[in-house]
Design a protein around this ligand. Structure first.
Ligand code: SF4
Length: 200
C-alpha cells in the first residue's frame, strides 16, 4: 500500500501519519496568512520573512549568509530578496569598515513601519489555544520541540537556536538548568529562538 501521508486509507489508521498531515495543514494556514500580508505590502513572502527576521534579531545574524541558512535558501535567492527590499527603501546596508565585501542589513524607518503590522501575521493561530488546558499546551510544546530537534539532527531543519542544541543547557537527572541565565529551566520554559543560544 502507498505509504504517503496523503493516502487517506493509511492516514486514517496511523496516528503519526495524521499528525504529520495535520502539521502540513497548519503550514498551509501559515502560508495563506503570510501571502495576505505580502499582498498588502506588495512584496513576496520571503521578503516579508526577511523583514520580520531583521526586526527581531541581532545585527550579527542580519547578513545574507545567515539568512540563507535560516530560510534554507541559496545565497543568490536571499541576495535577490535583499536587492528588491533595498530598491523599495525598506532596508539599508551597513558595510563593514574592515571588509567592504561584508555588510549587515537593517530595517529602514519605512521598513520598521511596514513590518510592524506584518509581524503579527501568525497571531490568528493563537485563537486555536482557547480550548486547550495548560497541561495540553505543555505536552504540545514539548512534543513540537522534540520533533524540531530530531528534524534538526536529521538535517531537515537547518539553523536552530533552541535549548536542546545549546551548550548552556545542563541536564541533572530529570531536571534542566541554564548555565547562562543561572536558573533551573522547566521544560515549559524551553526556548525555540533564544538570543543567548550558543551551539553545542
Ligand atoms: S542560553 Fe538560551 S537556549 Fe541556551 S539553555 Fe539558556 S535559555 Fe536555553
Amino acid at each position: 500500500m502507498d505509504q504517503s501521508i496523503f493516502n487517506v486509507e493509511v492516514q486514517n489508521t496511523t496516528i503519526e501519519f495524521r499528525v504529520v498531515a495535520a502539521l502540513e495543514r497548519l503550514s498551509e494556514g501559515f502560508r495563506v496568512l503570510l501571502w495576505n500580508e505580502a499582498k498588502v505590502l506588495n512584496i513576496s513572502p520571503i521578503q516579508i520573512q526577511v523583514l520580520i527576521f531583521l526586526k527581531f534579531h541581532t545585527a550579527e545574524k542580519c547578513k545574507v549568509s545567515y539568512l540563507a541558512q535560516e530560510f534554507n535558501m541559496t545565497k543568490a535567492t536571499i541576495s535577490d530578496a535583499v536587492k528588491s527590499l533595498l530598491e523599495k527603501g525598506l532596508i539599508e546596508k551597513i558595510t563593514n569598515a574592515s571588509d567592504t565585501r561584508s555588510y549587515e542589513i537593517h530595517l529602514s524607518d519605512t521598513g520598521q513601519k511596514a513590518v510592524h503590522q506584518a509581524a503579527l501575521f501568525a497571531n490568528p493561530f493563537l485563537q486555536s489555544f482557547d480550548t486547550l488546558t495548560s497541561e495540553q499546551k505543555a505536552v504540545l510544546l514539548d512534543s513540537l520541540l522534540q520533533m524540531i530537534h530530531r528534524l534538526h539532527q536529521a538535517g531537515i531543519i537547518t539553523i536552530q537556536r533552541m535549548c536542546q542544541t545549546c551548550q548552556f543547557l545542563q541536564k541533572n537527572g530529570n531536571e534542566y538548568y541554564c548555565n547562562l541565565l543561572n536558573k533551573p529551566l522547566a521544560q515549559t520554559e524551553f526556548r525555540l529562538d533564544c538570543p543567548e543560544h550558543a551551539t553545542r
